[in-house]
Design a protein around this ligand. Structure first.
Ligand code: HEM
Length: 143
């Protein structure tokens, strides 16, 4: 199977899994279940790290060839806005996630809660839009 067939659905699935783990982790902390909140948040870190490794591998294998979005007009503006905010926030959440996990694991609860309150919605946004970008690019408006 060619990398261009194998990696995009794998990357989208890893993004989707991160989103599901984050959501479950959030529901668990709302129910005051710290042990399982910790496990699911660490699982989200693992799937996001696996995504990063696969993303870098895929783009290295492709040697700079990019997949073009075929949509035009308003849908193109929407797609490019989503892609730009996704990309910027994907960089922003890296330090936020590291700080949230570190404070969480050390049980610095007040500091953890203060940062994690921002980390959670931004990370969710990146995971969900990662899946949407995949569908827009490879299924709904393929070039
Ligand atoms: C992996 C290690 C983690 C541990 C051990 C941990 C632990 C905790 C603890 C002890 C609390 C406070 C519960 C309370 O109010 O008594 C908490 C709250 C919270 N955590 Fe984590 N956490 C971890 C990772 C994360 C990550 C990575 C995120 C964000 C993506 C996150 C999101 C949150 C949020 C949003 C709250 C506040 C919930 C609320 O205010 O109702 N946690 N966590």
């Amino acid at each position: 199977m060619a990398p261009s067939q194998f990696f995009p659905p794998l990357n989208a699935s890893l993004n989707a899994l991160s989103g599901v783990f984050l959501l479950i982790g959030y529901v668990l902390i709302k129910r005051r279940n710290i042990a399982w909140h910790r496990r699911f948040m660490l699982a989200a870190c693992c799937t996001s790290l696996a995504f990063l490794a696969c993303y870098v591998t895929y783009h290295t294998l492709r040697g700079g060839v990019v997949t073009r979005f075929a949509g035009t007009g308003a849908i193109r503006t929407f797609y490019l806005t989503m892609l730009t905010t996704h990309t910027i926030l994907a960089v922003v959440i890296v330090p936020l996630a590291i700080i949230s996990v570190t404070n969480g694991l050390k049980m610095r609860v007040a500091r953890h809660r203060a940062v994690a309150r921002w980390t959670f919605p931004l990370w969710m946004y990146v995971s969900v839009t990662g899946v949407l970008v995949y569908f827009f690019l490879y299924h709904w408006y393929p070039s």
